[in-house]
Design a protein around this ligand. Structure first.
Ligand code: TRP
Length: 334
């Protein structure tokens, strides 16, 4: 059986948070360890340009994302890691895809529709502050995916529609030229890890400002964990683990035995919220602390990241140039 190509992109928009780590980074790195998988991870820097407009900021976000993935255990010898902007074939493929992308398809994209709705609500014109980068975002993302003959795209729920759009666009092209020209990708979301609760119990998200950044100094990490919202039950009262945000997060960092043990202590009473949070802090920190050390080292001298990304770009372009040559011939420009 040939290996499955698994590809995912991460937009550099600042330090990833625990929701990104648990929902995307950790499962993707686990998957990359699978011998039957050929994993490709990239930094979607041109996707960020739609919103990050300061060069220094974008540059440091790119390093942060690279350092996070490497610190979280990505092995650059085994797994391809590269920067989208280093693979210019992406943008040539985007041009080809554009010619086959219905404008109506883009009109239906959730992210674009949400921006239009937000404008309407504020009484602004529909197009206010919407650039073509946002509007055509799904085409660039389709190019990222299709360029690498990707079989599987591990993504959060919010990105599934984009992968479906890549399927649509590839389908139109295959139908026009030949059915096996582009590999049709599949989205993969992992059910149990899909919604990571934030400090207030809603989905962890930077836009709700309820997130736990991935690498905080220990003191600050503990402080933010102490802010997780709980109910007002007193120390002695028995507590329900299944409706508790602290427990929900604890589950993601512990073994089934540890979970059963903490659940029993919840139900027995005599354990306050401060204790539960302390347990969570310790578990979470035990997993994150070694990564934080690697992260700090990589960020202190970014030449190592530069070298890894340069090597990744070279290897990525070998694959990308084969696809683009195939596409150029297929459409008739070569
Ligand atoms: N749109 C994705 C996000 O915001 C990032 C991304 C860009 C991506 N290109 C991709 C993800 C290709 C998977 C495959 O999270």
């Amino acid at each position: 059986m040939s290996k499955q190509v698994v590809l995912t992109g991460i937009k550099p928009t600042g330090m990833p948070h625990m929701g990104n780590y648990l929902g995307a980074i950790r499962p993707a790195i686990d998957m990359a360890r699978d011998e039957n998988v050929e994993a490709r991870f990239f930094i979607a820097d041109y996707h960020s340009l739609n919103s990050v407009r300061d060069a220094g900021t974008l540059r440091s976000y790119i390093y942060e994302v690279a350092a996070v993935w490497l610190a979280a255990g990505l092995d650059p010898q085994k797994t391809l890691i590269y920067k989208q902007s280093d693979v210019p074939e992406t943008f040539e493929l985007t041009t080809i895809l554009m010619a086959f992308t219905a404008k109506g398809l883009m009109n239906r994209a959730h992210a674009y529709k949400a921006a239009v709705d937000a404008n309407r609500e504020k009484g602004q014109s529909e197009d206010h502050q919407i650039n073509m980068g946002l509007y055509t975002y799904p085409v660039l993302m389709a190019a990222d995916i299709l360029l690498f003959d990707t079989n599987v795209v591990p993504v959060g729920k919010d990105q599934v529609q984009h992968v479906e759009m890549a399927q649509d666009i590839a389908g139109v092209i295959n139908h026009n030229y030949k059915e096996d020209l582009l590999v049709i990708p599949k989205a993969q979301t992992s059910e149990n890890l899909m919604t990571i609760p934030g400090l207030d119990g809603r989905k962890m998200s930077k836009s709700y400002d309820n997130h736990i950044p991935m690498f905080l100094p220990e003191k600050q990490l503990r402080k933010i964990i102490m802010k997780i919202v709980t109910n007002s039950q007193g120390l002695e009262e028995p507590k329900d683990p299944d409706t508790c945000n602290v427990f929900a997060l604890y589950k993601l960092f512990s073994t089934p035995e540890e979970q059963a043990d903490l659940a029993a202590r919840y139900r027995a009473g005599g354990m306050g919220w401060g204790h539960a949070k302390q347990e969570l802090f310790e578990k979470l920190n035990a997993e994150i602390a070694p990564m934080r050390a690697v992260y700090d080292e990589l960020m202190a001298d970014t030449t190592k990241i530069d070298a890894i990304l340069a090597d990744g770009a070279r290897r990525a372009r070998e694959v990308a140039s084969r696809t683009i040559t195939r596409m150029r011939k297929a459409v008739g420009v070569a």
